[in-house]
Design a binder for this molecule. Sequence first.
Ligand SMILES: [Zn+2]
Ligand SMILES: [Zn+2]
Length: 434
Amino acid sequence: MRKEIVLVGAGVSLGLSVAFFGSPLPEAVVGAAASAAQPQDVSPVKARERDVYYPNTEDLAPDEMRVIACGTGMPTTRAAQAAACFLVELGNGDKFLFDIGSGAAERISSLQIPYDYLDKVFIGHLHSDHFGALGELFIGGALMGRQKPLRIWGPSGPTPELGTAYAVQKMTEMYTWDLSGRVGLVDFRGYSIEVDEFDYRAENAVIYEDNGVTIRSFPAIHSLDGPVSFSLEWNGLKFVFGSDTYPNEWFMEYAKDADIVIHECFVAVPDLVTKMRFTPEQALVVGTQVHTAPEAFGKVMQELQPRMAVAYHFFKDFDTTAAVNDRVRTTYDGPLSLAEDFMVWNITKDEIRVRMAIVEEATWAPPLVSAAEPPGGDADRQEFSEKTGVPVDALSYSDFIKGARWGDVDEVLRGVYEEASEVLGREFKYPDDE
Ligand SMILES: [Zn+2]
Ligand SMILES: [Zn+2]
């Protein structure tokens, strides 16, 4: 549907997303394509470098930032695109997730990054398409190897009920049965969340500073009071993530001098009517007033002039991308990525390389950073009970349920324990014999 054409000039390569549907190609692109047609190092038996990113096959240089789109879509869910989520990986080893929208947990799992490294999430606002997969990262991430609490940074709201701490507390309470059913049976160290709620009105306030990384928050204008945008600065590189916002003065001020600026860019109004089945009235208000229309996105980027402008938050289909692109290009002529899931930006001071990641889908748990501990048993149940108020007795089967276990499978299951004991050379006691 689209291909990346890499322009190399003056030591800078810009990955331009070029749609196939006939937007005129700049002369430089035509020139680059022509020179690419010259014979190169081609061999019938040798491997060649590919212009795609295969996760976990490339080192991150000490001065390099890698950004991966783990969700670029909308609250209206679809298999083709998860909702908002961007992963930032730094050459110092730090990794940060910005927003964790519905469907993003599957995208993250496809990258096969150890979950202990994915313990820091910054949420720009509390729409489901920006934090709907938090529960899956919380529970599934712990089960797949996160052995420390999940840490969340998010804004306050105009009232306590509209803040991040409230949302996360209620989500955790929603999982009371889930957590009760796991405690004692698994390594439980990853099954807790720490929330750092900061003032949504703070302007360019430092909300995170560690290991040479500074993350700041500034207010956004979207739906209600509460949403924010973020900047991350490290090693002379600056990343900006808008979450959702109407173009605003804070963004124009604090997103200055960024290397990469990710800002929402909504579906064009006519497509909201025909594809999303909005009334014209709703399409106009949602598409231009609640969100940032493509034309307005272009205005923002033309003023900011980032090294790379990233547009996301539209369904990127063969018949909708042209409208977004054409409308952005009425107001902006700089470097542009029309984001889709698994787009990857490698950023250094010299170059921004844009590619697509080729990922695995049928994944299992990625490697563990440190060894897992055996299940915590009654000690964990006791601690969980004190924290949640769920009686310890309710954290295991009642006699009513336990009494109906079908005894005929006992013998075969004992065999599994005996097999494990024999293979691993230590005794695993069958539960009833303990
Ligand atoms: Zn939103
Ligand atoms: Zn949104």
